[in-house]
Design a protein around this ligand. Structure first.
Ligand SMILES: *Cc1c(COP(=O)(O)O)cnc(C)c1O
Length: 424
């Protein structure tokens, strides 16, 4: 289907027909849906918190039993030994973010990982001390960057370069980022950008941002909170220096779920790259020898601090199994069609005061669409909520909806559209 929107139809029968030929449709059955009036809610909020895989309950119980059965010996005797628990994620995460095995690790949480990695990769000296980021980044990222520059003795107003949309526009053009990087030149130490913007749903050109950063001698790092499990990523091939993400959004690993980190292979043997240390980042063969002198293991895993939060990782394991079975290429293929269909339907609505601010070019977005209301946004959001839609409201004027290819259907898109048509 080269341009499916030409043949899209705004009818329930048509949407139902697309579901019938969707090979990923059965994956919906693997998730638990919040209930509204004894029916599945219309869940369009997987960008904020992914749904619980049904397998989590069973696997959690199994882990509890291993703890009861083995006590401390579970570190080596549990079905999935806790000593090496974090290793079970590397390969599956690698496929999702486009990395080789040792480049990824499941550890800590997102903002912690962002701070750990900036401590390693933001090394201002002389006239090279600036960090370039997008304006209106997620607040956690803004705070983290602000304090990193202050901890090195710089003034955020001087050391942080923020790229803003052109006056009147909602989106930042990639070319404006490239130009700003070039202009900052050798004053630039680091480019740190949210891979998919949480507010607009815009997917930045991470490959070319990385190229531009490297050209002026800066590192590039990305916060992939809204990108991981959503858009195609090739961090290794793109030569990205570092990245981090959370697992509770598209990766469905539960509130506060374990985060993830990527460090490019070419930095593994670089003695200039230092990191905060803890015993779990130490060489595994000597981890329990309790000797002096930190010897980092080779790879992203050397950024680990503490022993793995196993119970927190149970849901991650359950969810990554589902991703492994579905496969990112198939998920992306469905996602393009599903979000394309949602966009088509929304464009039929002319009686409500909103516009879609997410890019219309499919390579510049994931599954999320951000609807900016000129008026009555909050009121319309409340009507939707009362009708059983779970979406999210972002101040000051945006409703974000995310048809997630793992568990949303074309009929979900139609139901959302139908509801909008009934609002006066
Ligand atoms: C969701 C999100 C966060 C949340 O950070 P936590 O450390 O997981 O609480 C941070 N940054 C971005 C861009 C996000 O989308």
């Amino acid at each position: 289907m080269s341009n499916p929107s030409v043949s899209f139809e705004a009818t329930r029968e048509y949407a139902y027909g697309l579901d019938q030929v969707d090979t990923l449709f059965p994956f919906r059955e693997r998730f638990l849906f919040p209930q509204h009036n004894d029916k599945d809610a219309l869940y369009l909020c997987g960008n904020s918190l992914g749904l619980q895989p049904k397998s989590v309950g069973y696997l959690m119980e199994k882990e509890l039993k291993d703890w009861a059965k083995y006590g401390v010996e579970g570190h080596f005797k549990a079905t999935l030994p806790w000593f090496s628990y974090h290793h079970i994620f590397e390969e599956r995460l690698g496929k999702i973010v486009g990395a080789v095995k040792d480049e990824v690790v499941a550890m800590n949480t997102l903002t912690v990982n962002l701070n750990l990695l900036m401590l390693s990769f933001y090394k201002p000296s002389g006239k090279r001390y600036k960090i370039l980021m997008e304006s209106d980044a997620f607040p956690s990222d803004q705070y983290a960057v602000e304090m990193q520059v202050r901890m090195h003795g710089y003034d955020p107003a001087d050391a942080i370069i923020e790229i803003t949309p052109k006056p009147g526009a909602h989106l930042i053009e990639d070319v404006d980022i490239f130009n700003a990087i070039e202009e900052a030149g050798d004053s630039l130490a680091l480019v740190m950008i949210g891979g998919v913007n949480y507010y607009t749903g815009q997917f930045f050109d991470l490959e070319n941002i990385t190229k531009a950063a490297h050209k002026v001698g800066a590192y590039s790092g990305f916060d992939l909170a809204h990108a991981v499990g959503n858009v195609p990523l090739h961090l290794h091939d793109w030569n990205v220096d570092f990245a981090c993400w959370c697992s509770y959004k598209y990766l469905n690993s539960g509130p506060g779920g374990v985060g993830g980190a990527f460090v490019h292979e070419r930095h593994f043997d670089n003695p200039q790259i230092l990191r905060l240390a803890g015993w779990w980042g130490n060489e595994e063969s000597s981890r329990f020898k309790m000797k002096k002198g930190f010897v980092p293991q080779r790879g992203a895993a050397s950024w680990q601090q503490s022993n793995a939060p196993v119970f927190n990782m149970v849901a991650h394991n359950a969810s990554l199994d589902i991703f492994e079975k579905a496969g990112m290429p198939a998920l992306r293929e469905k996602s393009l069609l599903l979000t394309g269909y949602m966009e088509f339907l929304l464009k039929q609505i002319t009686h409500l005061p909103f516009e879609i601010i997410t890019p219309s070019e499919t390579q510049r977005r994931g599954c999320q669409l951000s609807l900016r209301f000129y008026d009555r946004g909050r009121e319309i959001f409340n009507v939707l909520t009362n009708a059983g839609v779970i979406a999210d409201w972002r101040e000051p004027d945006v409703i974000r909806i995310a048809p997630v290819p793992l568990y949303n259907t074309f009929e979900d898109c139609y139901s959302f559209y139908e509801l909008l048509t009934t609002i006066e």
